[in-house]
Write a protein that binds this ligand. Structure first.
Ligand SMILES: *[C@@H]1O[C@H](CO)[C@@H](O)[C@H](O)[C@H]1NC(C)=O
Ligand SMILES: *[C@@H]1O[C@H](CO)[C@@H](O)[C@H](O)[C@H]1NC(C)=O
Ligand SMILES: *[C@@H]1O[C@H](CO)[C@@H](O)[C@H](O)[C@H]1NC(C)=O
Ligand SMILES: *[C@@H]1O[C@H](CO)[C@@H](O)[C@H](O)[C@H]1NC(C)=O
Length: 505
């Protein structure tokens, strides 16, 4: 089944599609005006309401392209309303370090946050606004000389450059840092199972030894980080920064009962009591030479600290959601537990997503029809937006003559969530017709006398007018003679259906 993507998936989509046109993917047959998802819904009544938040990109480094990639695109609550946040990735000619952005529900950017050190790129993995919009957490990074003699695969070097990573929490109003922590001060380099020396990037030739990809904070004020290259998650004291426990990897504080994970992503606190904690985690299952599972899975892990040794368990039946196609996501991905206990999982490749019931049944799976775009993460949220930019209309007339014509109107409103009906009017405000909103762009056609100017009005399900387009000229075939002379002959169309489509992207 082919369906238009959830509306918000397109919020940043169309601009990014542009950026990817020239990346040399062969022809562009896989692209259309907005990105299309192939969707299979198995149990429609069990899939909860909400929009998908997906930020597609073709290549993470876009030096040569006009648009910036977006990561970690999501909703947060503050000031009794909802906002959107995202990371604009670094290495763009006009914004080499990238930065984080916040949008309000009119789809205007209201805040931009750069890293405190202007020379260091904003890490692309996590921008997590918490405490009702007061603070945000992100991953910090620096290169520094360390004793690397115990680093795996080290060819005998004593002191070498590593990419150290850490956590920063800061006040969104004042910019003041409220918590800062570096992994290299607390975790031994020899815990790294996969030190990678990248030739390019911000720290050429430095060992990327831990590769943090997620930060969470619990009600007690402690943090959890997920580390791809030490195969572990760590709980960190918000008071003094000591590691309260680690799970997985070389130094696990827990005996792991009949399960393991490698190259994990997106560790999150779920619940806790005096002697136990429950967390969620995406087990990617490994990459390259180090593979622990054929397929990736989303895990709910129970940590029992009631007696020594501490144990970590998970229950195959209720808490593991395997990637539905049995594939392995070697990079990226996330696992969001929805309010009713459904699992929403981003498997990253082709923006593959799935929703599962609390007992693990597959309810829905979807991915882009185009195979050139990944998304770093995918989320599901409710969100209401009323963009301050007006909707956009293009109108074309076809046929033999003014009196015997068919007019086709194309209308869209990027980011608007509440449009139910589009109404079309001529310049004398006479209603020409109505069409239920359908997908990203609604098409409406009517055969009756040509009107030379039209506009469209967006109406909610409750009948409220949400916005209207400007009055647009209807483009008509060159062969027509139209008496008002408003169009110069050279501006007229050739009369083919496809002309003008490029303007809408
Ligand atoms: C919430 O309101 C306060 C006070 O007006 C403001 O400083 C803050 O920026 C707002 N938060 C967001 C996310 O806009
Ligand atoms: C890692 O380094 C620490 C500190 O030097 C040492 O105690 C530990 O035994 C080492 N672990 C491994 C697996 O080599
Ligand atoms: C853990 O991972 C290894 C591969 O590294 C695998 O062979 C083993 O079966 C896994 N153990 C469990 C209990 O899943
Ligand atoms: C969206 O709102 C509905 C109604 O309140 C709720 O049942 C559902 O869980 C929400 N969806 C998400 C993704 O939070």
């Amino acid at each position: 089944m082919l369906a238009a993507g959830a509306l918000l998936a397109s919020l940043l989509g169309p601009a990014l599609v542009y950026g990817a046109f020239d990346v040399g993917y062969g022809n562009d047959d896989d692209l259309s005006r907005s990105l299309l998802f192939e969707v299979a819904i198995y149990e429609p009544e069990e899939v909860i309401p909400g929009y998908w938040f997906i930020a597609p990109y073709a290549r993470i480094t876009q030096e040569k392209h006009p648009n910036q990639n977006t990561c970690d695109f999501r909703v947060f609550e503050a000031n009794d309303t909802t906002f959107l946040s995202a990371i604009l990735t670094p290495y763009h000619p006009k914004d080499p370090t990238g930065h984080a952005i916040i949008f309000d529900s009119s789809m205007q950017i209201t805040q931009r946050h750069h890293t405190p050190n202007a020379l260091v790129p904003f890490n692309m993995h996590e921008f997590n606004v918490i405490h009702n919009g007061k603070t945000a957490m992100h991953i910090i990074q620096k290169s520094q000389l360390m004793d690397v003699s115990h680093l795996k695969d080290n060819p005998g070097i004593k002191s070498g450059l590593v990419v150290d990573m850490g956590i920063r929490e800061f006040d969104l109003v004042t910019g003041e840092t409220t918590f800062k922590w570096w992994a290299g001060d607390h975790v031994n380099l020899n815990a790294s199972t996969y030190p990678v020396r990248n030739l390019n990037g911000p720290f050429p030739n430095a060992w990327d030894w831990i590769h943090l990809n997620a930060i969470d904070k619990n009600h007690e004020g402690d943090y959890m980080i997920t580390a791809r290259y030490t195969d572990a998650v760590y709980k960190i004291s918000g008071k003094d920064g000591h590691i309260m426990w680690s799970l997985g990897g070389a130094t696990s504080s827990f005996v792991m009962d009949a399960f393991n994970f490698t190259r994990p992503h997106d560790g999150r606190f779920l619940s806790s009591d005096a002697t136990s904690e429950t967390i969620t985690l995406l087990d990617n299952g490994g990459c390259e030479e180090s593979i622990s599972a054929e397929t990736s899975s989303a895990l709910i892990i129970h940590l029992d600290k009631s007696s020594e040794p501490w144990t970590a368990t998970f229950h195959e039946l209720t808490s593991s959601r395997h990637r539905p196609d049995d594939g392995r996501s070697e990079k990226r991905g996330n696992f969001q537990l929805l309010p009713n206990g459904n699992a929403f999982v981003g498997w990253s490749e082709n923006s593959y997503i799935s929703e599962h019931s609390p007992d693990g049944r597959l309810l829905m799976e979807a991915q882009f029809t185009s195979h050139r775009f990944v998304t770093y993460r995918a989320y599901k949220f409710n969100f209401t937006s009323a963009p301050s930019e007006p909707p956009v209309l293009k109108a074309f007339a076809y046929g033999e003559s003014v009196d015997q014509s068919v007019s086709v109107y194309y209308v869209s409103w990027n980011g608007a969530t509440d449009v139910a009906i589009w109404e079309f009017y001529d310049e004398d405000d006479a209603l020409l017709g109505r069409a239920p909103k359908s997908g990203f762009e609604t098409t409406f056609s009517r055969s009756s006398r040509y009107r030379d100017k039209v506009y469209a009005v967006a109406v909610s399900a409750g009948g409220v007018v949400l916005g209207k387009t400007v009055l647009e000229d209807v483009e008509y075939p060159r062969s027509w003679t139209v008496s008002d002379g408003r169009q110069e002959p050279d501006d007229r169309r050739e009369g083919s259906m496809s002309s003008g489509e490029k303007d809408e992207l």
